[in-house]
Design a protein around this ligand. Structure first.
Ligand code: TPP
Length: 587
């Protein structure tokens, strides 16, 4: 009864999705198409059974980023289903970011069967190659069609996927050739569902737990150069692990700080908890001011390097030992090329320290003299910033970086887009992001998925504040085409500086204004209220910080997507900021 191609396509789709749900998929983004029909119909049935959430997106590029946002915020695998052809190529930008930021995401793409490949058949391309340069795995079901794929082959694909995700998370591409008929009659669907529910739904599948073996020899080699009784600094870059491991990461960091007394420089998206002892506020400015006077023997670097020229300079000139610890990321992560890299994560590193170096984890060491000096320097800069940046000031970008973390409730999450926001926040946010989850997609630093990513995060963690430049926002305006995105509890702080202001900072000196605009800034004449209206999104424009605070209260209260626009005068921004920095560095 279930042996026809029609029924087999549907049954195998149910089995595949069911197994993916069993390994952790909770949310699925469905893109439109016919070749993927059996997968879509199966997803619909599993959704009715309450096993998975489905959101649709007509734009595959947005779907990829949306799914990535969900993965990052939930720590769970997420899934995108697309049809064949260019639909698959639109997944590449999100796959690139998922690869670099080590987030688990599965792309299920429907394809034509082998007999229709390479012969000019409609919408038939070499899509199995499209994502191969960035996906951890590219797998396929039977090339003749899903109906010819056996149950154990499906289990095997999912087992490989699970193993990959638990060892080195990232994007996985499952390409699924499907033969016609793609639709299924009501009666056949009912029959197949009965079989599926009776035999497969409750079936126990055992996925072997993968144990990641750390390399003790590597640890011993690295730890030879480490002297925990001497002075050092802990630098925490953007966090790349799973949000689900964040508390154990912080616990280990706390233990390390406790037994060393070292100061800590934390990136705005480091995931470090704000109550950690030893945190240095304004550390980038402290570095800028004291670059050549900070002396210690060793640096413990966690994760990738923060995007800071001052930090890069400091690390390049640093003459002592640098140890770099990575979270489930096995590639090289040190552009300075001066560190010893340890692949097995901070929790593992810390527990081996206690085992191997006979250090008593209960011994608390006072803050080192270097830590006390750096903390004091940071506090002095804080005083200057407090004096200069007040709620009465005209809005500028660096002031936003300083005041927004104080105006947006301390426990509410924030996402920072690539370009100026993340850089300004690194310099001026005074660890204000550390009281909450803060996201930024620094893996490939694209501006192409900003809105879709934020919408994905806000499905899981909200009310979310997205801080974005005008180009990054409008680049991904198709995010609004994702199902019920307008109803997400997302506040967008739109920093309108008329184009890519970051280039103003770099190329203004040597180009005429019109050249600068045409070649770099690329300002857009957008009617923002009308744009918001056409997507039925609430909109407000504010001109001072008092109004901004009120606008935040308003947007949190309505619990829907809201755009709050602030206009920035780039000229004023540069001159004010330079004057402030001169005061800080010269003080
Ligand atoms: C997909 C992609 N294309 C181009 C770039 C290069 N880029 C970096 S920043 C930037 C400008 C962003 O402008 P906006 O979002 O308005 O932020 P602002 O620079 O004004 O802070 C561009 C185009 C990129 N990072 N990603």
């Amino acid at each position: 009864m279930t042996s026809s191609i029609e029924c087999k396509n549907f049954l195998r789709s149910l089995q595949l999705l069911n197994l993916l749900i069993k390994i952790g998929v909770k949310n699925l983004i469905l893109c439109p198409g016919s070749r993927s029909a059996p997968l879509a119909i199966a997803a619909g049935e599993l959704n009715k059974l309450g096993l998975v959430n489905i959101f649709n997106s007509i734009d595959e590029r947005s779907a990829g980023f949306h799914s990535l946002g969900i993965s990052a915020a939930s720590g769970n695998l997420s899934l995108v289903i697309t049809t064949s052809g260019t639909a698959v190529s639109n997944l590449l930008p999100a796959a690139v970011e998922a690869d670099r930021s080590c987030k688990g995401i599965i792309f299920l793409t429907a394809d034509r069967p082998l007999r229709l490949k390479d012969c000019g058949a409609n919408q038939t391309v070499n899509q199995e190659d499209f994502l191969s340069s960035v996906c951890r795995r590219v797998l396929t079901t039977n090339l003749n069609g899903l109906h010819e794929t056996q149950e154990n082959e499906i289990f095997n694909l999912v087992r490989i996927t699970e193993k990959q995700i638990s060892t080195f998370p990232g994007p996985i591409h499952l390409n699924i050739p499907i033969d016609k008929p793609l639709d299924i009659s009501f009666l056949n669907k009912k029959n197949v569902l009965e079989v599926f529910e009776k035999i497969y739904l409750k079936k126990k599948y055992v996925f072997q737990k993968v144990e990641i073996k750390s390399d003790k020899n590597k640890f011993l080699e690295i730890s030879k150069s480490l002297d925990l009784y001497e002075s050092g600094i802990i630098l925490v870059g953007p966090y790349q692990g799973s949000v689900n491991d964040l508390s154990s990461f912080n616990k280990s960091l706390e233990q390390l700080q406790k037994i060393t007394g070292w100061p800590v420089f934390a990136d705005p998206v480091s995931g470090v908890y704000s109550d950690l002892r030893g945190l240095v506020v304004n550390w980038e400015l402290v570095l800028r001011k004291n670059q050549n006077h900070i002396k210690c023997k060793q640096l413990l670097r966690l994760g990738p390097m923060s995007s800071s020229i001052d930090l890069e300079e400091f690390l390049t000139k640093f003459e002592g030992i640098q140890i770099l610890i990575k979270e489930k990321n096995y590639r090289k992560l040190d552009p300075i090329k001066k560190s010893l890299e340890y692949d097995f994560g901070l929790s593992n590193f810390t527990s081996i320290i206690f085992e191997e170096l006979s250090i008593n984890e209960k011994n608390k060491k006072s803050l080192t003299p270097l830590a006390l000096d750096l903390i004091k320097e940071g506090e002095q800069i804080k005083e200057i910033l407090k004096e200069k940046i007040t709620n009465d000031n005209q809005i500028t970008e660096y002031k936003l970086a300083n005041l927004v973390p104080k105006l947006w409730p301390a426990e509410n999450p924030i996402m920072l887009s690539a370009s100026s926001p993340i850089r300004d926040w690194l310099t001026f946010s005074e660890n204000g992001t550390l009281t909450r989850n803060c996201f930024s997609f620094r893996g490939a630093s694209g501006i192409d998925g900003t809105l879709s990513l934020a919408l994905g995060i806000s499905r899981i963690k909200n009310p979310l504040l997205l801080v974005t430049g005008d180009l990054a926002f409008v680049h991904d305006i198709n995010g609004w085409l994702i199902e019920n995105s307008v109803d997400m509890n997302l506040t967008i702080l739109l920093i309108n500086n008329n184009g890519g202001n970051i280039f103003n900072r770099i190329y203004k000196k040597n180009l005429k204004e019109d050249e600068l605009k045409k070649l770099f800034l690329m300002p857009k004449e957008i009617n923002w209220p009308k744009l918001s209206e056409s997507y039925q999104v609430h909109f407000k424009s504010v001109t001072n910080f008092k109004k901004l605070r009120e606008a935040f209260d308003w947007s949190i209260s309505i619990q829907k997507s809201v755009i709050i626009k602030v206009d920035i005068d780039p000229e004023n921004e540069i001159s004010e900021k330079n004057a402030l920095l001169e005061k800080i560095i010269g003080s």
